[in-house]
Design a protein. Structure first.
Length: 545
């Protein structure tokens, strides 16, 4: 395998005209990664029998790409990628978006060096409205060799995360620790990029929030539920929307990653997409710190943003900009007023949200005078967790109760981000009361006219008042996003007539395609029915915990 690696990097050396010193430095770095990774079989130069997510256009040289960049319907984002110093390679690819589906158990991804990598499905994600996500890693015998319950589940160096938004895909792909990105660039075209993360902008030091600076003990005062849902609102700027045609899929994929890192790290937190706010905000000439402050202080932008945030019940807000100063900046241990972050690298989202939850950067060694809220770096073998820096990180937060190949992924004294997040999650979750996203439909199977509203847990909404008088006698189907364990959704009609859905362990969307008929109801949801059919009889929606 090392011989194959040497051949690959010699080809890269000739292609990019790098110095021999840099070439051998790269060989040493990647050889170290191989020493850490378990030898796996899914890497091959042979054609795979598994479905291929995309095909690489071998004719997509820089000249062809520059021509495509100037064609009508192609966005300037292709040029942005071409000019990005962190992009080592760019290849145009033709994708088969339909493969992002729950019944796709294996995906084959070709790489520019001729290898093909096979990924197995770990989790299929339907929690983002109108989008679907596919997360996988490679087949390995690691769990057989390291049998402890503490051994991590997902391969830290070989994994993939993909999001589909219609015919658009966004994805991050890790192969032996090397990052590749799949991006939509306009005119139905996608690009596969190989990223040199050492050339990405740095991640800034987090800013202390004056409201929480001296309140470390406050984290213990909140009553913690078994699991926390934290709602996140994305904000885009005039410039970021103009430059990036697939901005929503890219941000959704970053949020999917943030959730996967929580799952991997065994932290009981789920980020829920509250929505997107396409702000009339011009970032020209603004520094990162000024942009972060503008989210609260600027007028009318800050006022408008707060209005949207409150309407959607968004506990945290992250703005995506085209800034080059940093990859991200955030308030640490954020208060409700400062629950903000700014990112210009999608991969930095989980890191910045980690700051909002009280996470600090890495700490070398141990120090009894410091807290346990630091990222963790291990030198031999070499790996680091997300809060050290998102650049080159494994998809885990520090947690000394987890191991990789038997090696603890943190220390109890200083490197236990999982504990920090668990301490502060109830505080952030309660910035706003939990809300669900409700849509009522005129006909069965979500057809006809619809009425959409956001509803807080612990409230009841009169359908006639919310949607109009006629809606009290026409509702046949409904979708409710954000259902979580312990939440009950009740659709009521005449006195004593209702259909009630109680989530025991289910998390996701409640889809009622026709009131009175539920052949596909999850076993994690209890369905209680009283009185006659609720079809065309729904007049009240109540949500409780």
């Amino acid at each position: 395998m090392l011989a194959c690696l040497l051949r690959f990097n010699r080809a890269e050396f000739v292609h990019s005209s790098r110095t021999m010193k840099n070439f051998w430095n790269k060989i040493l770095l990647l050889s170290g990664a191989l020493a850490l990774a378990v030898s796996v079989s899914p890497f091959s130069h042979a054609q795979s029998a598994n479905p291929r997510l995309f095909e690489i256009d071998e004719q997509s040289d820089p000249h062809v790409i520059r021509v495509l960049q100037n064609e009508a319907g192609t966005y300037s984002y292709l040029g942005t990628l071409m000019d990005d110093p962190s992009i080592e390679q760019l290849r145009l690819v033709k994708v088969n978006a339909a493969l992002i589906a729950p019944d796709t158990q294996m995906l084959s991804l070709p790489l520019p060096d001729g290898r093909t990598v096979n990924f197995q499905l770990k989790r299929f994600n339907t929690s983002m409205p109108g989008m679907e996500g596919w997360i996988g890693d490679v087949l390995s015998d690691r769990k057989r060799l390291y049998t402890s319950d503490a051994e991590v589940d997902m391969d830290p160096f070989n994994w993939v995360s993909l999001v589909r938004d219609g015919d658009q895909l966004a994805g991050s792909i890790r192969v032996d620790g090397q990052l590749y990105r799949l991006e939509f660039v306009g005119q139905g075209q996608h690009a596969l990029t190989k990223v040199d993360e050492s050339k990405l902008p740095p991640t800034a030091e987090p800013l202390p929030d004056p409201e929480t600076l001296d309140t470390d003990t406050a984290v213990d005062t909140a009553v913690k539920p078994e699991h926390s849902t934290i709602r996140l609102l994305f904000v885009t700027t005039i410039q970021s929307r103009a430059a990036h045609p697939g901005i929503r899929a890219t941000l959704a994929q970053a949020l999917q990653n943030a959730n996967q890192y929580m799952i991997n790290s065994r932290v009981p937190i789920n980020y829920e997409l509250a929505g997107f706010y396409d702000a009339d905000y011009d970032e020209t000439g603004r520094t990162y710190k000024q942009t972060l402050d503008d989210m609260r202080l600027s007028k009318p932008f800050g006022v408008d943003l707060l209005r949207v945030r409150e309407a959607l019940g968004a506990d945290l807000v992250s703005m995506y900009t085209m800034g080059k100063e940093y990859c991200g900046l955030a308030w640490i241990r954020a208060s409700k007023a400062q629950g903000h972050s700014v990112i210009s690298c999608a991969g930095a989202l989980a890191h910045e949200l980690g700051h909002n939850l009280g996470g600090n950067h890495g700490l070398e060694g141990t120090d009894p005078t410091k807290r346990y809220n630091h990222g963790y770096r291990h030198r031999s073998p070499n790996f680091h967790t997300i809060q050290v820096t998102s650049h080159g990180a494994i998809p885990y937060f520090s947690n000394p109760r987890l191991t990789y190949q038997g090696i603890p992924m943190g220390t109890v004294m200083n490197h236990d981000m999982a504990r920090q997040f668990d301490d502060y999650r109830a505080v952030v979750e309660n910035f706003y009361p939990p809300v669900l996203d409700v849509t009522l439909y005129e006909h069965s199977h979500y057809r006809g006219r619809s009425c959409h509203f956001i509803q807080a847990v612990g409230s009841a909404i009169d359908v006639r008042q919310q949607c109009g008088a006629e809606w009290g006698s026409i509702v046949s189907s409904a979708k409710v996003l954000g259902l979580a364990p312990g939440i009950t959704v009740r659709f009521e009609g005449a006195p004593g007539q209702y259909e009630e859905f109680i989530s025991k362990a289910y998390r996701g969307a409640l889809s009622v395609y026709l009131f009175g008929e539920y052949p596909d109801m999850s076993s994690d949801i209890d369905w209680v029915k009283a009185g006659s059919s609720m079809n065309d009889k729904v007049s009240m929606v109540s949500i409780s915990r």
